[in-house]
Design a protein. Structure first.
Length: 96
């Protein structure tokens, strides 16, 4: 059971970093700092987009874009941190 708990925690952390990387890559593409014609960069952006966009799309349906700034990655990061902490509070005392 402890191994499952550690695996789920690692998956939450990995997805959290993918969301952060997706947001940073989006800014870099918007400001023309990186070029999407590079095949590696394009595949990295596409991979992170496919992993995060279904969740971010649902958040964008509820949270409007304010002054052309998309706050949905921030909401997702805060939600992931909240779920991870809640998971620790509920199940960690029984595992450790």
């Amino acid at each position: 059971m402890k191994s499952l708990f550690i695996l789920l925690d690692s998956l939450f952390q990995l997805y959290l970093w993918i969301v952060i990387i997706n947001a940073i890559l989006g800014w870099l593409v918007t400001f023309n700092i990186i070029n999407t014609s590079n095949r590696f960069i394009y595949s990295l952006i596409e991979f992170s987009y496919r992993l995060t966009e279904p969740v971010l799309r649902k958040i964008r349906m509820v949270l409007p874009i304010i002054a052309s700034i998309d706050f949905s990655p921030v909401v997702l990061v805060l939600g992931l941190i909240f779920i991870r902490n809640l998971f620790f509070e509920l199940f960690a005392p029984y595992l450790f």
